[in-house]
Design a protein around this ligand. Sequence first.
Ligand SMILES: *Cc1c(COP(=O)(O)O)cnc(C)c1O
Length: 355
Amino acid sequence: MKHNFGAGPGILPQEVLKQAAEAVLNFNNSGLSILEISHRTADFESVVSEACSLVKELLNLNDDYAITFLHGGASTQFAMVPYNLLGDGETAAYLDSGTWASKAIKEAKFFGNVNVVASSKESNYTYIPKDYTIPADAKYFHVTSNNTIYGTQLHEFPESPVPLVSDMSSDIFSRVFDANKFGLIYAGAQKNMGPAGVALAIVKKDLLGKIDRKIPSMFNYQLHVDNGSMYNSPPVFAIYVSMLTLRWVKEQGGVAAMEKINNQKAATLYAEIDRNPLFKGTCAIEDRSRMNVCFVMDTPELEKEFLEFAKKADIVGLKGHRSVGGFRASIYNALPQSSVDHLVSTMQAFEQSKK
Ligand SMILES: *Cc1c(COP(=O)(O)O)cnc(C)c1O
């Protein structure tokens, strides 16, 4: 068995993969594959509606929200958010906390004015900026809840005078938060929810329809909401596997139970990074992510050797993003504590081998 620390597409629960594999051959005992059925069948409609109710239940969402599954990954959401919420000449506020945040900013500039309230770019995004004010006349304030590349996370969300919009691609369903405080939440599935090819968007219904721009159909939230994510052929398989993963999260005890396990995994790994003289963390301690753990070596020349050492111990996906270097251990929901324990023993064995 491999220990999969890859950042994305990331690890999925073994049970989910087994069920998904079965459905590829015979979906719900229909004698047909999930890959060859119409999305208009009752069987698939019940998959979408179960996925939506699981999202609602797991996040304790009230009835003000619509839940949709959309094509195009999180990157399409970077454009879709301002396309739908930011009128010409209006201003949106953004927090620049990493590469994904800056890509969201780039797209928003196509639609209106962008006020970047704070940025940690000058320090290669090693911390979450906290000293800023959110302008009360902004249409919305956009944050990235977890910076997948740099390994920082917003442990607390700001009180915002304007609707809060968040890219939660890499930590949705990993921890408890008050989703009803948000105007819009989106997430590409492939980090913590399912396979690549679908994004989840949770939209507060009363935010829509406030600007008069004409919006092409595929970019129009209202249209997807009105059509129950079935305006065109949805990414059937990606939605199905996401639904199975959400069922799995519920079986584990829901988001609160996931959070407890995730905190334990993160604590185990950071403790070893801080103890082991060969390794060190890359970000501000108070902002350390509990999903993507970034670390480097005191002696960078040893990094390649450690990666090889880890590979021999069946650890995969550990190489850090090129903009940080070193290592990144993504410890998403589906990664068990035993894999973290195994990584820690491997770091200790490497330390011994250097004595
Ligand atoms: C991976 C990632 C994205 C990009 O997702 P795509 O689905 O590939 O477009 C955006 N934001 C965050 C936080 C991510 O981790």
